[in-house]
Design a protein. Structure first.
Length: 180
């Protein structure tokens, strides 16, 4: 079921993404095309407080023209280790540092067209400074939500962000398995 690339035509080269259309050979030998969005990938962090609350961020998401409630996340800088990205993004977006980090796996948000891989992490909040270090074009409000409430929100559609839904549910399952 392998598809072979025959020709790559660059369409757009942006600050974050690159888009190209590839002429390919399908698994059955016939010609085809694939549109590809190259993305550097990112991280998502579930940081649990000692009061069993997850740190969330509320922010405006332009493509949807609405505010979303998400776990802290961010994109990888060129050559940056994903774990270091997770540490940096948690500090920048929530003012917290983490301890007892656990890698919870990778997520491919849109594997049909995009190369993005989100690395998922869980940690316990170690220290809170309260000071955020946001990017120039980033406007975020941190929030705390009890883990059981976050699970309920993921299940009833109040958290439309895929990486947030997945990581909330994975953390809840992980903690249940660790406790039981």
């Amino acid at each position: 079921m392998i598809e072979k690339t025959r020709k790559i035509t660059s369409i757009y080269d942006g600050r974050i993404i690159h888009v190209h259309v590839d002429d390919i050979e399908l698994a059955d030998g016939k010609p085809g095309t694939r549109e590809v969005v190259e993305h550097p990938g990112g991280v998502c962090i579930a940081a649990l407080t000692d009061k069993n609350e997850l740190m969330f961020v509320r922010q405006f998401r332009y493509p949807f023209k609405e505010e979303t409630l998400e776990l802290p996340a961010g994109k990888l800088e060129k050559g940056e280790d994903p774990f270091n990205t997770a540490i940096r993004e948690l500090k920048e977006e929530t003012g917290c540092t983490g301890k007892d980090w656990v890698f919870m796996g990778n997520m491919y948000p849109t594997p049909g067209i995009c190369s993005e891989i989100d690395r998922l992490y869980f940690c316990h909040v170690d220290k809170e400074s309260g000071s955020l270090h946001l990017d120039e074009d980033e406007f975020i409000e941190p929030e705390r939500i009890p883990l059981d409430k976050a699970v309920e929100m993921a299940m009833n559609g109040e958290l439309p962000d895929a990486k947030t839904q997945l990581l909330v549910l994975k953390v809840a399952r992980y903690l249940n398995l660790s406790i039981g």
